[in-house]
Write a protein that binds this ligand. Structure first.
Ligand SMILES: Cc1cc2nc3c(=O)[nH]c(=O)nc-3n(C[C@H](O)[C@H](O)[C@H](O)COP(=O)(O)OP(=O)(O)OC[C@H]3O[C@@H](n4cnc5c(N)ncnc54)[C@H](O)[C@@H]3O)c2cc1C
Length: 459
């Protein structure tokens, strides 16, 4: 990048907040996906005003700008495909206001999910959306991917908690949208347009989020099944009588992986295990435990365990929380590649999707293990390949296509919560149909020169 532009950026944010040596730039060439591309410069703004000035400069010079939170995204959303500026928002990390009378919290985009909840806990409140990456991911990243996670089955996804947003457009103009009311019927809702936009329409610099009181008590129930299809059917039976906070599934491959990763957990090596979390008053929790345990037993689960003891709960959850990382332990010669990893199907189709996954894995000779947020029909797959073998990449592409086509044929979709980014960009036409043309026109309205996160979402 021309020195004069780097100097102008430094005059906006200060020299210490501009990095343009190759080592720093290289560190910002990746997120948690397989993609990489080196930016020309990394800039750390400290305020909305600075973001606005940076975007004005970038727009005038037609420089690509890729907003970035913690870089835990799994589909290349924060990878600067066309170089230019990576706008790292992690230094904008203040909790600006906690308004308990109106059940909301105002934050900057770089606040980390878990840090926000640690702070809210002191007041007896919490912000429910809980991705597996909660200890790293930022609120800006969560809003921009409409993150979900374990508690979505009861509380909903990030979208359901955004009350207002401050957004800087490509031109540098600042939009202040929404407010503290819990309801509004005011025509088209621009806030919801920015949720899930993956940084292609504007940069989020502030958000007002709904929060709710912590439940008096929570409990965890773990139910092992000799046949994964019984576990899959149990999800439907449980949801017909009660809505737990979380319903998570792990198949035999993941159980093996977790046991080799954390041997002291010693999970039963069965075909599948379901994890439930319930919360509410003591009486509500007791009743939910009874209902869920009975339902699991009547669906052939044996040795169902449950606990409300905090240490035991943490111990039980550890297994599920380690699942994503433990997969690589299954065969150290293979690498987990995030492809076909986030499909979502209607609840009644979970047993069918699980069966089809197993058939597709066998057909291509690629090991696939399953886990995820079964209560939402959201199945994560851990796909393992020998990355040195070109043929395996070809098989993986075909496997992914078949998984997506299967999910769609069952009335589902190709990503429940991770997003499109680069990974699924080529699928946009198939999933959006005629709608893609209108999406492209919306993009033009907000970002006529196409400087914001180019190459993402098929735009
Ligand atoms: C171990 C692990 C577990 C995970 N579990 C889950 C899960 O359970 N549920 C789930 O939903 N996801 C999960 N994820 C995916 C990821 O953590 C989420 O997508 C998360 O919301 C990304 O946050 P981030 O701060 O890392 O964003 P980044 O990866 O930095 O960015 C994600 C996207 O948001 C855009 N963006 C970031 N900040 C802004 C901003 N302020 N304004 C505009 N655009 C912005 C970026 O350009 C990019 O397109 C997991 C990832 C890992 C590595």
């Amino acid at each position: 990048m021309e020195e004069v532009l780097v100097n102008k950026l430094a005059s906006i944010v200060g020299e210490e907040n501009v990095k343009n040596d190759i080592i720093d730039r290289y560190c910002y060439s990746v997120d948690a996906s397989i993609y990489r591309s080196i930016p020309d410069v990394v800039v750390f703004p400290l305020s909305t005003e600075q973001v606005s000035k940076i975007l004005k400069l970038a727009n005038a010079n037609e420089l690509p700008v890729t907003p970035r939170g913690a870089g835990t995204g799994l589909c290349g959303g924060a990878v600067p495909l066309e170089g230019g500026i990576v706008l790292d928002l992690t230094k904008m990390n203040k909790i600006l206001e906690i308004d308990l009378d109106n059940f909301c919290v105002r934050v900057e985009p770089g606040v980390i999910q878990n840090q926000l909840n640690q702070e809210l806990k002191k007041h007896g409140f919490f912000f429910p959306p809980t991705p597996g990456s909660k200890k790293m991911c930022t609120i800006g990243g969560m809003i921009s991917t409409n993150a979900g996670g374990m508690t979505a089955v009861k509380y909903g996804v990030t979208r359901n908690f955004v009350l207002s947003l401050k957004v800087v457009l490509a031109s540098g103009e600042v939009l202040d949208l929404g407010g503290k009311t819990l309801k509004r019927s005011l025509g088209l809702d621009l806030i919801q347009l920015f949720v899930g936009a993956e940084g292609t329409l504007g940069v989020i610099t502030e958000a007002l989020l709904r929060i709710i009181p912590l439940p008096e008590e929570t409990a965890v129930i773990v139910a092992p099944f000799g046949d994964i299809s019984d576990a899959a059917k149990t999800v439907n039976s449980v949801l017909s009588c009660t809505i737990p906070t979380a319903i998570e599934i792990m198949d035999s491959g993941i159980i093996k992986a977790v046991n080799s990763y954390i041997p002291e957990l010693n999970l039963p090596e069965v075909d599948a295990v379901l994890y439930f979390e319930v919360g509410g008053t003591r009486e509500e929790v007791k009743k939910q435990i009874e209902l869920i345990v009975e339902t699991c037993k009547s669906n052939k689960s044996r040795n169902v365990q449950w606990t409300s003891d905090p240490t035991e709960k943490q111990m039980l959850w550890q297994g599920r929380e380690a699942a994503g990382g433990a997969i690589m332990n299954l065969d150290k010669r293979l690498v987990r590649v995030y492809e076909a990893e986030d499909v979502c199907v209607p609840i009644s189709k979970i047993p069918e999707m699980v069966k089809r996954f197993q058939e597709i894995s066998k057909k291509y000779g690629i090991p696939v293990c399953l886990y995820g947020h079964a209560g939402d029909g959201n199945i994560h797959s851990g796909v393992l390949i020998d990355v040195r073998n070109q043929e395996e990449w070809g098989k993986l592409k075909n496997l992914t296509r078949e998984v997506y086509e299967t999910a769609m044929s069952l009335g589902g979709n190709i990503s429940a919560e991770h997003g499109i980014g680069v990974l699924r960009a080529e699928w946009m036409e198939r999933i959006q149909g005629a709608g893609l043309e209108y999406i492209k026109r919306i993009k033009k309205v907000f970002d006529p020169k196409g400087i914001l996160n180019p190459g993402k979402l098929g735009m």
